[in-house]
Design a protein around this ligand. Structure first.
Ligand code: NAD
Length: 460
């Protein structure tokens, strides 16, 4: 069947299911959330196998970064569902006396979720959890760049959730374009900002609201007033321990002072050798690069003439296995591609400055990042960083782990994204907050009605 027909049929079927009111009751929403939870628990081995096939993702990372985050999202939504759904009473106000007022969260309708390849299980299911909790019907389009996970999701979802309201459509650019041509009540897209612009232009045709979860260059500022060993381990965990750097909130580059750089470099090198051994290309604890396009892109970043001699650690690669070793570069020029594009892989440039405060201007000279990190014991510096650096999220003295906190919104700012999700914010992303004012027939104010005589104006 043609992609356009598949897309139109999926939307029409789900629209009919949504119109029937099927997705609205709390019991239906809870049953779907329990279904997703059961799927993540019962199919753990199959999910890990798909992630290994797509990315050679180590089992621990698959479990900790994808499966367990999905299960905790489901549990959080189940625990809070009644509270989220309950209309919130607000003060009624004197002008409308006597009346009551409330904010009612209503489902948007039929929503489209388009997800990315790097965390192909988590990034597909996590937005679906929010969409279901808010009472919507959902079409999920997983990433074709992670084909094993995409086909597993298409196979599993109908076994665990109501397929008349939650449907997986697989495919690449043609199929996604066909879906984008349909009218949706919300589009939730995770991926790069170039495609984010395409998604937004399709959405504009129907005035469809969007959430865009994009990327960017996430800086890590390292002060000298730190616990060096802990810092090096936490940077390594957030970079190479997250899909070998193929994560949207992975450290993209480090800024530190010229005088401190040798110590940091030494500590990072030692930690990397301890984590991945002397031959990291053979380490089972390091994901591979997703495909040859991305492998070649990363090689080109490393091999650029003005960058090649800046490699101070790592640099090995194996095209057959699509593996690239953790690689540190010292002071590549700021106009090199590695400092202009999002790295999204195992290469980590270290940029040195004379004084740590210079890092603020450097970060602010680039697009606003999805996350910004600062390692320091200096509370004044932390305060200044928080006030002066704009980023989707911020962590002091660690990297990447803010996304595990369901009470924090996860999303970008500026070019790193539009909107946010996780926890309550996921429900809010997929619900319309309807203003409801309920008046009595009493409380007539003559001054409100014509003829507008000067006497009436005086009363007001
Ligand atoms: P990708 O190639 O999987 O693309 C994402 C989705 O867009 C896929 O479903 C794909 O089918 C669709 N797509 C691709 N090209 C398209 C086109 N021309 N028209 C319509 N749809 C199209 O993933 P990617 O973009 O390579 O993902 C990596 C990027 O995503 C990085 O920039 C990363 O920082 C960002 N990212 C952000 C988050 C976040 O939560 N903010 C999470 C993961 C990745």
């Amino acid at each position: 069947m043609e992609a356009v027909t598949v897309a139109a049929q999926a939307r029409e079927r789900l629209r009919a299911s949504f119109a029937s009111g099927r997705t609205r009751p709390a019991a239906w929403r809870a049953a779907q959330l329990r279904g997703l939870l059961r799927m993540a628990v019962e199919m753990e081995a199959e999910i890990c196998a798909a992630l290994r096939a797509d990315l050679a993702k180590p089992r621990t990372e698959s479990y900790v970064h994808e499966i367990s985050l999905v299960t905790s999202s489901c549990k959080f939504a189940l625990k809070n569902l009644q509270k989220w759904m309950k209309p919130k009473k607000v003060p009624a106000g004197l002008l409308t006396f006597p009346s009551t007022a409330r904010v009612t969260a209503e489902p948007l309708g039929v929503v489209l979720v388009i997800s990315a390849w790097n965390y192909p299980f988590l990034l597909a299911i996590d937005p679906v959890i929010g969409a279901i909790a808010a009472g919507n019907a959902v079409v999920l389009k997983p990433s074709e760049i992670a084909p094993a996970t995409s086909s597993l999701l298409a196979d599993l979802l109908p076994q665990y959730v109501d397929s008349s309201c939650i449907k997986v459509v697989e495919g690449g650019v043609a199929e996604t374009t066909a879906l984008l041509e349909q009218k949706w009540d919300k589009i939730f897209y995770t991926g790069n900002s170039k495609v984010g612009r395409i998604v937004m232009s399709f959405a504009a045709k129907h005035l469809t609201p969007v959430v865009l979860e994009l990327g960017g260059k996430c800086p890590v500022v390292v002060d000298s007033n730190i616990d060096l060993h802990v810092t090096a381990k936490r940077i390594a965990a957030g970079k190479w321990g997250c899909n070998n750097g193929q994560a949207c909130i992975s450290p993209d580059y480090i800024i530190t002072t010229k005088s401190f750089a040798p110590k940091l470099l030494d500590s990072l090198s030692k930690v990397l050798e301890k984590f991945y051994g002397k031959d990291p290309l053979r380490s089972a604890d390091l994901s591979r690069i997703v495909n040859s396009n991305h492998f070649n892109r990363l090689k080109a970043l490393m091999d650029e003439e003005m960058v090649y001699d800046k490699i101070v650690f790592g640099g090995q690669s194996d095209e057959q296995q699509l593996k690239i070793a953790p690689t540190l570069l010292l002071d590549p020029p700021l106009d090199s591609a590695i400092m202009k594009e999002e790295v999204f892989g195992p290469l980590l440039p270290i940029i040195t400055v004379d004084k740590i405060h210079e890092s603020f201007a450097l970060i602010n000279s680039m697009s606003k990042p999805l996350a910004a990190y600062l390692f320091s014991k200096d509370s004044k510096l932390k305060h200044q960083f928080e006030r002066n650096v704009s980023a989707g999220g911020m962590v002091f003295n660690d990297t990447s782990i803010h996304l595990t906190n369901q009470h924090l919104p996860f999303g970008g700012v500026g070019e790193s994204g539009v909107g946010s999700y996780h926890g309550t914010f996921s429900f809010d992303a997929f619900a319309h907050k309807k203003a409801v004012l309920d008046r009595s027939f009493l409380g007539e104010a003559k001054a409100r009605y014509p003829p507008y005589t000067p006497g009436k104006l005086k009363i007001l």
